[in-house]
Design a protein around this ligand. Structure first.
Ligand code: IMP
Length: 432
């Protein structure tokens, strides 16, 4: 395969950054195509822990071209700071390796304020957003009022558009949300600076990508968030504001469908986590759930929030497989299940006496579903140092085989610890 799409198959935080970091070894180009700095991809390299919010994880390997394309919403302050951090940590020898779409929309300070104030106002009904202004930025994009990266390069135009935007957004913040608006000057000055700092990175990334496709480069598409947070197909309204399923690889980059052979790999933890509100049928509010939080270090890399935890949900996984046309799985954090016996897989839901085997679209139904579990023997061994499939305890191999059977997909990769080397590549997706 020339291209691999890395898709979160759950509610985000599946370990996509890890998988991208691993596969980047064989790729020349890595692309972020949706979402914004609501994402947090954690990679541990030696004794360094790197969290990336906007720059594709491919940046951690020398020489890879990293594209932030039109579907991403970009907070320029976060990007400027992230680039500076990467430089000082020795991961970015020069900025030529990062290219930023002129069409990507900007997250403005008022977007972030609206996001936070709105959540406060919602009270118990809150979505539990990351508070990064993602939703309001996509709203401005959809109502065709957004400011784009390209606008940053035209200070006079930028000023005019910003003034118009402020008028409406300030009125909303002050009159509806009861907050404090922004003055033109307090935004203009820092944004002029961001424009200068980012100017050299701005490009038509759709053309760059097409050129790489034609050259035969291997390309990784790094999804953010997870399939169940998809704006259309996720557990609406407890979702993010972008398309997190594979379709947005095309709309979010300007790459035409069929331009290159592309395999979609779904990343799933060996259990499930969720941050923010919304139904979660396999959630465990018991000591096993606490144990998953502790053993798995389940605290958000963007907001530090404790994640909700539960058993692996095969219905949700099969739904993600269907939505994105996934062709293989990467199973992460299987080491976290060590010491639990039995381990469980949700294979059906009970809803008002009925047995459901498909993930229901209706949130009211989903919130009343009771999972039906299949129990498998657990294992006690620490898996951190295992590097070959054949060295895994039999119970782990049984678990893998059962997941493959229930999903109909091969597990191509697995991770057994937070460090770069703690992975087993069962089948290399690029070789398929
Ligand atoms: P927003 O994307 O900040 O608007 O948040 C909407 C929902 O998506 C909330 O439930 C967030 O917790 C969730 N979310 C957004 N980004 C991520 C992510 O990268 N990982 C996990 N959950 C996320």
């Amino acid at each position: 395969m020339q291209g691999i799409g890395i898709i979160g198959a759950q509610w985000g935080d599946e370990g996509k950054g890890r998988v991208v970091d691993l596969l980047t070894e064989q790729a020349q180009v890595v692309v972020r195509y949706q979402g914004g700095n609501n994402a947090g991809h954690t990679c541990v390299i030696g004794n360094q822990k790197i969290v990336l919010h906007l720059v594709p994880s491919g940046i951690l390997r020398p020489g890879r071209l990293c594209l932030i394309t039109n579907g991403v919403v970009v907070n320029p302050q976060v990007l400027v700071e992230e680039i500076a951090r990467l430089k000082s940590a020795g991961f970015l020898e020069n900025e030529d390796r990062i290219r930023l779409s002129d069409r990507a929309h900007l997250i403005m300070p008022y977007h972030q304020r609206i996001d936070v104030l709105r959540e406060e106002r919602r009270g118990a009904q809150k979505i539990g957003t990351t508070g990064r202004g993602i939703g309001p930025a996509y709203e401005d994009k959809a109502r065709r009022a957004g400011l784009r990266v390209g606008d940053l390069l035209e200070p006079e135009e930028f000023k005019k558009k910003l003034a118009a935007n402020l008028e409406e957004n300030n009125a909303y913040i002050e009159k509806i949300l009861g907050g404090k608006g922004f003055t033109l000057a307090e935004i203009l000055e820092p944004f002029r600076e961001y424009g200068e700092k980012l100017r050299g990175l701005v490009a038509d990334t759709s053309r760059l990508l097409d050129a790489e496709v034609k050259k035969g480069s291997r390309i990784l598409f790094e999804g953010a968030q997870g399939s169940l947070l998809d704006l259309d197909h996720g557990t609406y309204p407890y979702v993010t504001s972008s398309t997190t399923t594979s379709g947005s690889i095309f709309s979010g980059t300007g790459l035409g469908f069929g331009r290159l052979p592309l395999l979609m790999v779904g990343v799933t933890k060996a259990y499930t986590t969720r941050v923010g509100s919304g139904p979660f049928p396999t959630e465990l509010s018991d000591p096993v759930g606490d144990r998953l939080v502790e053993a798995g270090g389940e605290f958000g890399s963007t907001t530090g929030r404790r994640r909700r935890t539960g058993w692996l949900d095969i219905l949700a996984l099969n739904y993600a497989i269907r939505l994105s046309g996934l062709g293989g799985l990467a199973l992460t954090k299987i080491d976290v299940l060590s010491g639990l016996d039995p381990v469980r897989l949700a294979v059906a839901y009970r809803y008002r006496g009925e047995r459901l085997t498909e993930f229901p679209a209706d949130l009211k139904i989903l919130s009343q579903c009771e999972p039906e579990y299949e129990s498998l023997p657990g294992w006690q061994e620490n898996l951190g140092s295992v590097r070959r499939l054949s060295d895994l305890p039999r119970a782990v191999r049984n678990y893998l085989a059962r997941v493959e059977e229930l999903t109909g997909l091969p597990v191509l990769l697995m991770s057994l610890g937070a460090e770069r080397g703690q992975t087993i590549v069962i089948r290399d997706p690029f070789s398929l």
